[in-house]
Design a protein around this ligand. Structure first.
Ligand SMILES: [Zn+2]
Length: 77
């Protein structure tokens, strides 16, 4: 699954790939390939969907965020 967020490593707003494997999930920045393993539970799911809501809210001010659709897409606000 793909979702949008800000990467703490490359500092871009970008598209992340999430690979869930039971109780662990791998969060991969499709721009700099930074990987982070996180514990996967209902809390992390909420965190991801809240992040998407933030992006949608920010999109009103920064329409460029709407361009983040595919792997490797990245912007700096
Ligand atoms: Zn990154």
């Amino acid at each position: 699954m793909l979702f949008r967020n800000k990467c703490t490593q490359c500092d871009y707003w970008t598209v992340f790939e999430l690979k869930v494997n039971n109780d662990k999930a791998l969060k991969i920045c499709t721009h700099c390939q930074h990987r982070e393993e996180i514990d996967w539970d209902s809390k992390s799911e909420i965190l991801i969907s809240d992040g998407e809501k933030d992006v949608r809210a920010l999109q009103g001010h920064f329409p460029a965020l709407g361009q983040l659709k595919n792997r490797g897409d990245h912007i700096r606000l």
